[in-house]
Design a protein around this ligand. Structure first.
Ligand SMILES: *[C@@H]1O[C@H](CO)[C@@H](O)[C@H](O)[C@H]1NC(C)=O
Ligand SMILES: *[C@@H]1O[C@H](CO)[C@@H](O)[C@H](O)[C@H]1NC(C)=O
Ligand SMILES: *[C@@H]1O[C@H](CO)[C@@H](O)[C@H](O)[C@H]1NC(C)=O
Ligand SMILES: *[C@@H]1O[C@H](CO)[C@@H](O)[C@H](O)[C@H]1NC(C)=O
Ligand SMILES: *[C@@H]1O[C@H](CO)[C@@H](O)[C@H](O)[C@H]1NC(C)=O
Length: 374
């Protein structure tokens, strides 16, 4: 009663600020008591590699919106490749000559700002360690971004835990950043134990899919678990579901954006995310812990994640579905034509897969004959 009478004397705006806000963890009150490893986190594949005006609508861009917008919209895993450029660490798509999204520390600072502004959210960062950065190389980037204090440190660096903390525990401790690196040698990592070697804690299904009927729930990586579902499940590693479609032109692969409305949809159409997730959930007797998609706003992919998490009351999210960017057709087709000409003129003896290459890192310049800029 006393509290109400005080509030009654305050102007409305002030009264609103005084009211305790509804506690939601990762956009839902229902998720606070859930373990980090038990729920599904929506992931944006290649978060900083954009198909927008900043990259002239690059055919190789995987997302229409930047990392901040992804997080605002409910994405809780952001990912990208780390490459060495001159003596600095950059976020580059396959090679820094073709799509350089800037310094790793700058990207991490963007995530730090977001965590500063969103205190009830747990975010996962997945770094593909294309040029074998050491733990101390990466640590210095996290330090430069002032991100180390947010980082959760696992209880063991060499094996997956039987259970993970709840979102509420991570939030209460303010260790709201989970960081995985593919890959990092734990035995050499004494400087930054919060940098978790991805395949110690996670296994993934195949990522190099070029036909909507070929999505699979089977383990693909780490190599010792390939096609061995029962060992993957009993290893305590978290199931990570890649769900994006490549298309190829003259044996170069890049994201299929024309079909993504179906690829990311909650139902309907071959290869839709909702059906694939249900199938994997059934095969695993648990929901996948992560789902990684291209063009996350399409589908919208978050619907499948909400369904798996039983979330019907999401709060504090921006809906980007209505604001989805599409490239201007002429710009896009010019880039595409340029790409085809480029590839035609390139040396393609090796028949490489862009999908393999995107994940493993590689020298695009020499692959394409060198000296060619997209
Ligand atoms: C992300 O995109 C939004 C919307 O286009 C823009 O306002 C914001 O400045 C961008 N943020 C960064 C860090 O680039
Ligand atoms: C939270 O912090 C306390 C005190 O440092 C620690 O004992 C506990 O293990 C932490 N919990 C988690 C989930 O990390
Ligand atoms: C789809 O999978 C089948 C069976 O594994 C394989 O033969 C076929 O080449 C795959 N198709 C594509 C487009 O990758
Ligand atoms: C994208 O995938 C759809 C479905 O497989 C296919 O019909 C379409 O041709 C693909 N786009 C390109 C440009 O390959
Ligand atoms: C987002 O906006 C789209 C288009 O306006 C709408 O169809 C959809 O229901 C909205 N989604 C949510 C979760 O509000």
């Amino acid at each position: 009663m006393a509290r109400f009478s005080v509030l009654a004397l305050l102007p409305l705006a002030t009264a609103k600020a005084v009211m305790p806000r509804q506690t939601a963890c990762n956009n839902s009150p229902d998720l606070c008591s859930k373990s980090y490893g038990e729920i599904t986190h929506l992931g944006a594949h290649d978060s900083p590699f954009l198909r927008d005006a900043s990259t002239d609508y690059s055919t190789f861009g995987n997302q229409y919106f930047n990392t901040t917008v992804q997080l605002d919209a409910g994405v809780r895993l952001v990912s990208g490749q780390v490459h060495k450029k001159d003596s600095a660490w950059h976020m580059c798509h396959s090679s820094c000559d073709y799509l350089d999204a800037g310094k790793l520390s700058t990207w991490l600072s963007e995530i730090k700002s977001w965590l500063d502004d969103n205190k009830n959210d747990v975010v996962t960062v997945l770094l593909v360690n294309s040029d074998d950065a050491s733990a101390s190389d990466l640590h210095s980037q996290f330090q430069a971004a002032n991100l180390v204090d947010y980082a959760y440190t696992p209880t063991s660096q060499t094996s997956a835990p039987t259970s993970w903390p709840t979102l509420q525990e991570l939030i209460s401790n303010n260790t709201r950043l989970m960081t995985f690196v593919a890959s990092l040698d734990a035995s050499k990592n004494t400087v930054a134990p919060y940098l978790m070697d991805e395949f110690t804690y996670i296994w993934e299904n195949p990522y190099d899919v070029t036909s909507p009927s070929n999505f699979s729930c089977n383990p693909d990586r780490p190599a010792n678990l390939k096609n061995d579902l029962s060992s993957a499940l009993s290893s305590n590693r978290l199931p990570f579901m890649n769900h994006f479609l490549y298309q190829s032109v003259l044996s170069l692969e890049y994201p299929n954006s024309s079909y993504v409305g179906t690829t990311n949809a909650p139902s309907g159409g071959t290869g839709n995310l909702g059906d694939a997730a249900s199938k994997c959930k059934e095969a695993y007797s648990r929901q996948p812990a992560f789902i990684l998609v291209d063009f996350f706003d399409k589908g919208p992919a978050i619907m499948t994640v909400d369904n798996l998490n039983g979330v019907t009351n999401a709060v504090g999210r921006t809906n980007t579905t209505s604001a989805t960017q599409t490239s201007s057709a002429s710009t896009y087709s010019n880039v595409f034509k340029g790409l085809v000409e480029l590839v035609r003129s390139a040396q393609l003896g090796a028949n490489p897969s862009m999908g393999e290459w995107i994940w493993a890192g590689g020298d695009w310049g020499s692959l394409l004959g060198g000296g060619i800029a997209l």
